[in-house]
Ligand binder design. Sequence first.
Ligand SMILES: *Cc1c(COP(=O)(O)O)cnc(C)c1O
Length: 494
Amino acid sequence: MTVLYQSTRDDNNKVTASQAILQGLAADGGLFTPVAMPEVHLDFDQLKEASYQEVAKIVLSAFLDDFTSEELEDCITKAYDDAFDTKTIAPVVKLTHHYNLELFHGSTIAFKDMALSILPHLLTTSAKKQVVNHKIVILTATSGDTGKAAMAGFADVPGTEIIVFYPKDGVSKIQELQMTTQEGQNTHVVAIDGNFDDAQTDVKRMFNDTDLRDRLLAQGMQLSSANSMNIGRLVPQIVYYVYAYAQLLKTGDIDKGQAINVTVPTGNFGNILAAYYAREIGVPIAKLICASNENKVLTDFFQTGTYNKKRTFKVTSSPSMDILVSSNLERLIFHLVGNDATKTKALMTALPSQGEYKLDQANQDILDLFEAGFASEEDTEREIKRVYEEDHYIEDPHTAVASSVYRAYRDRTNDATPTVIASTASPYKFPRVVVKAVTGEDAGGDFVAVAKLHQLSEVSVPLAVRDLEAQPVRHQTVVATKDMQKAVEDYLGV
Ligand SMILES: *Cc1c(COP(=O)(O)O)cnc(C)c1O
């Protein structure tokens, strides 16, 4: 049976996996979402001996079932190679109070590499399968990490062009340098004078702009997305939750069948949604703990049932979570209202017009799986210091948000279930913040902070950062938010 993906906003818009990956977003504004979960047999006695690539094969074959076995194997081999600095790809680290699932061992040292190293291969394979010869133009809004990881994946991939928009004052210095020094004939980086939500909203709008679509088609081009709105990003993220469970079993930290909790530092709700899907296919997960920073729109949503974006956007030390419109929540809403596209559409269209929506009726069993909390800037800083004192381990600010929210949850509930935290970035991406948190002093500069962080943590400086200081800046374009489309048209000559 073929796994079908349907738009969250239209029951009649159903496609196969490769079609969904190629389109990125549904033309009706919805997101392609699996209508029913595939049947996967997760035999953890075997899985605990399996490599990351082998686990990936099992999960991807189930969800992307219009790909052949050879096609998937080819994509997996190309993606999870020595671009990762550890053979295990996603190691689980045991700390005093929780396990950190380190998802930052790829080339851009954030968890976005887990999916974006394979997405270009899935996309070009999808284009071949659908006999599409157009140039694929990737339009992406980034809150700091997606942009670099997507460019690393797509740079000089034949038949593709990639344009990245980031908020000028909304990313860390290292994140910005990683993007502006990007090589590749087909990469374009644009800073905008707005925030991430502004960038994401306008990118979504361009996807639904039929006039732009027609003009691109006339020139042999079509848009696709590298944001987690693309199912080709979400599915590879399910893999590491299966893998993490298998690793804990292997080390004897849990017994077969024993449930774990998962805590995820959340922005666009992609990573935690992947954890939910992992649970749906059989990973024993008890609670999904959704952690936010001071942009705590999701905490409020889970506590009140109302999603309200009418609030001040805050720039925090965990910029990749500075988001007020969490795109992937739309997929959970779709499931919460019983896979009802009409209801989902009504709620989602209320958001831009009224700034909020209220979930009246929802599947309580699904809602009960989720816990939510937020960490203030002070909480986050304190948590970085605490974990360092407990374990001589330095968490990046995003991971520390999750760690802080989990600590509060555990203190409140006494829930002793072993808990895995999705550790989404290397602290080397945010050296000034973490050094300040540990020592109480500002290092004065990012690369001074890098050296200090090395001293404190005794973790070697990743290649992604070692190289950075000497790289020439190649991208310096800054535009007003309203001129984003013009920038796209200029780059593409339409
Ligand atoms: C993108 C990102 C997040 C948020 O992940 P979502 O899937 O958008 O919820 C958290 N931490 C880091 C470091 C990220 O890059």
